[in-house]
Design a protein around this ligand. Structure first.
Ligand SMILES: Cc1ncc(C[n+]2csc(CCOP(=O)(O)OP(=O)(O)O)c2C)c(N)n1
Length: 648
């Protein structure tokens, strides 16, 4: 993208360039930055509304602070496009989220200005505190550390653990609370109401204004008066604010709420706050999607809207002629409602992803039995376990990569107690352009080590329905169903429910010489590979094993008795995953075979389209064919022995 239409932005290649501009020009720079984000993201999709909401804050932060010496830590990082553009990445911004391009999130390796890698939420205050403590130990007294966290991300427990720790540490730390009253969907919970209360409480604002007016003058006055004013301020706070302000109670000095779209006001406040030591919190009020009407009016729909027409504000949908397969997510959402109507024990739980997971379908149809608990994966799991312990049957839907947060809650609170909870792990496998932080790579490996647990992966939408149906039958225990991001392969998915017995796989095609063993979506790639191999005269067998745990041992026995060339394929980490389970089975049962495991290698995979990444990892259909041909051409020990016997 050519940025030559941008009078100021063209000349800003680092925060130092930005610092040269005066107050009036910062307003123009903010306008250009917003326009540039709209220009580029309309054609190369990514996160959108959140970034527009922090344009002025981004400009103010880079005007006031000296990044990279000062550390600016963006929570989640989906709102940091403006930061990337102002810190030397304007000309590569059009490669955002593309294979080989820049990441959609801050990444330490990408720029010295990305102080901390993010993608999962609520980490900024912990990381910032760590840096503030490091700076204090090194006696770097002129260094500033700033965490920028949204009201949504603040619902994550780790954020409170960090506030609690920071408040007793007295480290020099600024938390900026970017309050737009939204998560991806409308924010939830009591904290949201509390923040709204602060915005509107007249008594509170009066006290706050008095204190702020005094503090605003601090920079211009001498140390003695400053000390006196601070004593007064502390007195006022002790009496009124401590009792009524959550952050003050945690030992933070609270400032705000202030308008987060007035860039010069922000510059002044931040400059003033530089002089104040210790933990402090600035509460700014912003509008998600600011400056783009469609996004302001539908903030959830424009969180990550896909391609759009920047002039009309209309999203550009692909031209669908043939009947398309639905997304796995939609099938989950509709099926859950169907099941909840026949089984009144079923409840739905999502940690802050109602739209993304399609839990919103149940929230609309059966609101009293469906719960958005905020960005709180650990709580979502134990909350579900609690309901299960008292007789309900929760379907707790968590994105696979976010479930990493709640590992102990699955082990200690659920499986150990043999509780009937169905964990639906959405976005299992490579997710595409969100990249390394969001790939659901590890779930099969980390879940497989837990006793008392069933782990299944449907190959298509119909299998997902049937597994959900089977999981809610009586006494199924802790049951994990992991499925991928995006569309499946079955336009006609809405078929009557059929039970799938736990631990049973199925043979999809019989064959000779070579067997492909798959779980989940990898079965689709393997089917395509079998077609290609057929055209070349080979007839591999294909088994959709369905369950990672328990394995279908009787089917495996049949397979290992018949085949000694085997390829396992999974859309997940090879280390410890499904293929490893098959390898363990082979070893424990004294079978010998040439066994190759395909899946995600032992490294973090970057961003790109899902198809590009399957290829990169070597388990798209063509790569499976290549591996199959190579294994077909090598002799196994058994074949070598037969050859020798035939010769003698
Ligand atoms: C652990 C974790 N759970 C869920 C998400 C998905 N997620 C990304 S952004 C977001 C909402 C964040 O809201 P907020 O912090 O208020 O920022 P806003 O987008 O409103 O600016 C959520 C739930 C995530 N990134 N990490």
């Amino acid at each position: 993208m050519d940025s030559s239409n941008y009078k100021y932005l063209d000349k800003i290649n680092s925060p130092d360039d930005l610092k040269k501009y005066k107050a009036e020009e910062l307003v123009e720079i903010s306008k250009e930055l917003r326009k540039y984000i709209i220009d580029v993201v309309s054609g190369n999709p990514g996160h959108f509304a959140s970034g527009l909401g922090v344009v002025e804050l981004t400009v103010a932060l880079h005007k006031v602070y000296n990044s990279p010496k000062d550390k600016i830590i963006w929570d989640v990082g989906h709102q940091a496009y403006g930061h990337k553009i102002l810190t030397g990445r304007r000309d590569v911004f059009h490669t955002n989220r593309k294979l080989g391009g820049i990441s959609g999130f801050p990444v330490i390796a990408e720029s010295p200005h990305d102080a901390f890698g993010v993608g999962h939420s609520s980490t900024s205050i912990s990381a910032a505190l760590g840096m503030a403590v490091a700076a204090a130990l090194r006696k770097e007294n002129d260094k500033h550390v700033i965490a920028v966290i949204g009201d949504g991300a603040l619902t994550g427990g780790i954020a409170f653990e960090a506030l609690n720790n920071a408040g007793s540490n007295n480290a020099d730390l600024l938390v900026i609370l970017n309050d737009n009253n939204m998560s991806i969907d409308p924010n939830v919970g009591a904290l949201k109401d509390y923040l709204l209360d602060i915005r509107t409480s007249k008594t509170y604002n009066k006290v706050k204004e008095d204190v702020w007016n005094v503090l605003g003058k601090i920079r211009k006055i001498g140390p003695n008066t400053r000390r006196l004013i601070q004593t007064i301020e502390n007195g006022v706070k002790t009496v009124v604010m401590r009792q009524s302000n959550l952050f003050e109670a945690l030992n933070f000095r609270y400032f705000g709420p202030v308008n987060g779209h007035d860039v010069n006001y922000l510059v002044n406040i931040l400059s003033d706050m530089k002089a104040i030591k210790g933990p402090k919190l600035l509460h700014i009020i912003t509008t998600k999607g600011k400056g783009f009407d469609a996004a302001e009016n539908d903030q959830t729909g424009w969180h990550a809207p896909g391609k759009f027409d920047k002039l009309t504000g209309k999203k550009i949908k692909p031209d669908l002629k043939a009947k398309q397969a639905p997304k796995f997510q939609e099938v989950f959402g509709h099926t859950l409602v169907e099941l909840a109507k026949i089984n009144d024990k079923i409840v739905g739980v999502t940690p802050a992803m109602p739209s993304g997971s399609s839990m919103n379908i149940m929230m609309k149809e059966i609101p009293e039995r469906s719960f958005d608990v905020g960005i709180a994966e650990q709580h979502a799991v134990t909350f579900s376990a609690g309901m299960a312990a008292d007789g309900l049957l929760p379907f707790c839907n968590i994105y696979s990569s976010f479930m990493q947060r709640a590992y102990d809650q699955v082990i200690h609170d659920t499986a150990l107690q043999k509780l009937n909870v169905v964990f639906c792990l959405d976005r299992g496998g490579l997710v595409g352009d969100d990249g390394a932080t969001h790939h659901g790579a590890f779930d099969m490996a980390y879940m497989r080590t837990i006793p008392n647990i069933t782990i299944a992966a449907p190959m298509n939408e119909q299998e997902l329905r049937n597994l959900m149906y089977s999981a809610q039958l009586p006494d199924q225990g802790t049951y994990v169903i992991r499925y991928p991001r995006g569309k499946g392969s079955m336009p006609n998915w809405h078929t009557p429910f059929e039970e799938i017995k736990t631990g049973t796989g199925r043979k999809l095609r019989d064959g000779t010489t070579l067997a492909l063993l798959t779980v989940g979506k990898a079965g689709i790639m393997a089917e395509a590979a079998c077609e290609m191999l057929n055209q070349q005269g080979y007839t591999p067998a294909h088994y959709d094993m369905r369950f990672i745990k328990p394995l279908d041992k009787s089917l495996l026995k049949q397979i290992f008795s018949k085949f000694d060339k085997i390829i396992t394929v999974e859309d997940g980490a090879i280390t410890g995953g499904f293929g490893t389970a098959v390898l363990e089975f082979m070893s424990e049962n004294d079978y010998t075979a040439k066994l190759i495991r395909l899946g995600i290698p032992d490294e973090f995979i970057e961003h790109g389209t899902q198809e590009q990444l399957y290829k990169l990892c070597g388990y798209d259909a063509e790569s499976i064919v290549k591996t199959a041909l190579s294994i077909l051409k090598t002799s196994t020990p058994k074949e070598k022995k037969t050859k020798i016997l035939n010769k003698t």
